[in-house]
Design a protein. Structure first.
Length: 488
C-alpha cells in the first residue's frame, strides 16, 4: 500500500484502555486508591464517633455524629470550588491533583495517630480540603483526554467511575475488618496506606498525560496574589473565632454548611453568566441550573448511605451470616459491587446507542425519580424491630440506588465538561460538585429527623419529593435540551 493511502499509525492510536484512550488508566488508578482510602475511612468514622468509649468509640450523640458526617461530606464537595480555582488560576489540574492527594493522606494519618475528638477534627478537615481539590481536577484530567464530540466520552466517564467504585468496594471491607478485629485506628491507618499507594502510582504516570491538564487556563494576575492570600488568612481566622466563641458548633454545623453552599452556588452562577461568555455558552450554563437542582435532590437521598443507612445497618439490619455478624461498614461495599458489575453495562449501552441514547436531562430525571423510589422501598419493612430487616432487602434497595446513580453521576461529570465555557472548564466541574455538596450537607440536616422507631414519614416524604422532581424534569427535558445548544 502506498504512503498516500496507508493511514498514519502511532503508538498512541494503537494503545487503548478497554477501548478508551490509554492514559485514562492514570486517573482510573489514582481514583481507585483515593476512593479506597476515602470510603474505607468513611465506612467506620460515623460509628467511631457514636459508639461508646467501651466499644472503642468517642460516645458522641448519634444525631450530632450523623450531622457532622453530612457537614463533612458537604465540605468535601464545597472545597472543589477552591481546588478548581487553584487549578484554573494558579497551578493547573495536574499539580493541583498531586498536592491535594498529599493533603488527603495527611488527613488519614491524623485520624490514625491522633486520639479522640482532636484526631477526628484535624483528620476530617484535611481530608475535606484535599478531596475537594482532587475531585474536580481528576474529572478535568479525564475530560482532557477527549474532544467535546467524541462518542466515547460518556462511556469513558463510566469506565473511570468503575475505578472509583473498585476502591469504594475494597476500602470498607478491609478497614471494617481491621476495625472489628484490631480497632478503629488500625482501620484509619490502612486508609492512609491506600492513599500513599495512589500517590506513588500517579507520580510514575503523570508525565504521560496530555499537556492540556498541566496548563493554567486563566492565570491570576500576580499583583492580586497578596490580596488573595490575605482573604484566605482572614477566612481561616473567622472560622477559628466562630468555633472558639461557640457561634459554630457541631449541632449547627450542617445548617451552616448548607447555607454557605447555597450562597456559593448562586454566586458562582452569577460570576460565570456575567463573565463575558458568548450567547451559546450562556445558554448552556442556564441549562445546567435545572440539572443542578435535580442533582442536589438526588444526592440528598443517595448520600444517606453514610448517615441514615449506616445507622439503619447498625440497628435495623440483620447482619448475621452463618452465625457470624459482619461489620457495619461492609454494607457500604454493596453499592460498589453493583457499580462494578453495571458500569460496564451502562457504558456499553451508551456506546451502542450512540446518538440514539437518552438525552442528559432525561437521564437526570430518571436518576432522581428512581432514587426516590429506592427510599419508598424501605416502607414495607417499617416496624420489623431491631435487626429485623433481612440483609437481602437492603441489597435489593441498594441495587436501585446504583441504577439511579449510574443514570446521573457519571453523566453529570461528563455534561459539566461539555457545557463548560472554555474559561471555566474545571470550575464548571466544581459547580456540579456543588450540587453534590448541597445534597450531602442536606443529609446532615435531614438525618436528625430520622427515628428508627418511626421511620415511615421520613422515607415516604423524602422519596415522594425526589419522584416529583424527577417527573418535573422529565416533562421539561426538551426545553432544557434546547438551551444546551446542540449538546445532548
Amino acid at each position: 500500500m502506498s504512503r498516500t493511502t496507508e493511514p498514519e499509525r502511532t503508538p498512541r492510536s494503537e494503545r487503548t484502555f478497554f477501548g478508551q484512550p490509554f492514559e485514562l488508566s492514570t486517573p482510573f488508578a489514582v481514583e481507585l486508591w483515593e476512593r479506597f482510602s476515602f470510603y474505607g475511612m468513611q465506612g467506620i468514622v460515623l460509628i467511631y464517633m457514636y459508639y461508646s468509649v467501651t466499644r472503642g468509640g468517642l460516645g458522641i450523640d448519634e444525631g450530632i455524629a450523623a450531622g457532622i458526617m453530612g457537614a463533612y461530606g458537604g465540605a468535601v464537595y464545597l472545597f472543589t470550588i477552591v481546588g478548581a480555582w487553584i487549578a484554573d488560576r494558579l497551578f493547573g489540574a495536574d499539580r493541583t491533583l498531586f498536592g491535594s492527594a498529599i493533603v488527603v493522606m495527611a488527613g488519614h494519618i491524623a485520624l490514625a495517630l491522633i486520639p479522640g475528638v482532636a484526631g477526628v477534627g484535624v483528620g476530617l478537615v484535611l481530608i475535606a480540603l484535599g478531596s475537594g481539590g482532587l475531585k474536580a481536577t481528576a474529572t478535568t484530567v479525564v475530560g482532557g483526554l477527549y474532544s467535546a464530540d467524541d462518542p466515547r466520552r460518556d462511556a469513558g466517564f463510566s469506565l473511570y467511575y468503575l475505578g472509583v467504585n473498585l476502591g469504594a468496594f475494597f476500602g470498607p471491607l478491609l478497614t471494617g475488618l481491621l476495625q472489628s478485629t484490631l480497632g478503629f485506628h488500625f482501620g484509619f491507618g490502612l486508609a492512609a496506606v491506600g492513599m500513599a499507594a495512589g500517590l506513588v502510582q500517579y507520580s510514575i504516570r503523570r508525565k504521560h498525560l496530555p499537556d492540556v491538564v498541566r496548563q493554567v487556563s486563566d492565570p491570576v494576575e500576580r499583583r492580586r496574589l497578596p490580596l488573595i492570600g490575605g482573604l484566605t488568612a482572614l477566612g481561616v481566622v473567622v472560622i477559628v473565632v466562630a468555633v472558639l466563641t461557640g457561634l459554630l458548633t457541631a449541632t449547627n454545623l450542617p445548617t451552616v454548611v448548607v447555607a454557605i453552599v447555597i450562597i456559593a452556588t448562586i454566586g458562582y452562577f452569577i460570576v460565570i453568566l456575567t463573565s463575558g461568555i458568548t450567547a451559546d455558552e450562556r445558554s448552556r450554563v442556564v441549562a445546567f441550573i435545572p440539572l443542578f437542582i435535580a442533582s442536589a435532590v438526588f444526592w440528598s437521598l443517595y448520600q444517606q448511605q453514610f448517615t441514615v443507612v449506616t445507622v439503619y445497618s447498625d440497628q435495623r439490619l440483620d447482619r448475621s451470616l452463618f452465625g457470624w455478624e459482619m461489620p457495619v461498614s461492609w454494607v457500604q461495599s454493596i453499592n460498589p459491587i453493583f457499580i462494578i458489575v453495571l458500569s460496564g453495562v451502562f457504558a456499553a449501552i451508551w456506546t451502542r446507542l450512540g446518538s440514539r441514547q437518552p438525552s442528559t436531562p432525561t437521564k437526570f430525571a430518571l436518576g432522581t425519580g428512581i432514587m426516590g423510589i429506592a427510599f419508598l422501598l424501605f416502607l414495607p419493612f417499617v416496624g420489623t424491630g431491631r435487626n429485623g430487616t433481612p440483609l437481602l432487602v437492603l441489597v435489593a434497595i441498594l441495587l436501585v440506588f446504583t441504577v439511579a446513580e449510574l443514570l446521573l453521576s457519571p453523566v453529570g461529570l461528563s455534561v459539566a465538561t461539555k457545557l463548560a465555557p472554555p474559561r471555566f472548564q474545571t470550575q464548571m466541574v466544581a459547580l456540579f460538585f456543588l450540587s453534590v455538596s448541597l445534597g450531602t450537607a442536606a443529609t446532615g440536616v435531614l438525618s436528625k429527623y430520622y427515628d428508627p422507631a418511626n421511620e415511615a414519614p421520613y422515607f415516604a416524604v423524602l422519596g415522594l419529593v425526589a419522584v416529583v422532581v424527577g417527573v418535573l424534569l422529565l416533562v421539561f427535558a426538551k426545553p432544557v435540551l434546547r438551551l444546551m445548544r446542540g449538546i445532548r
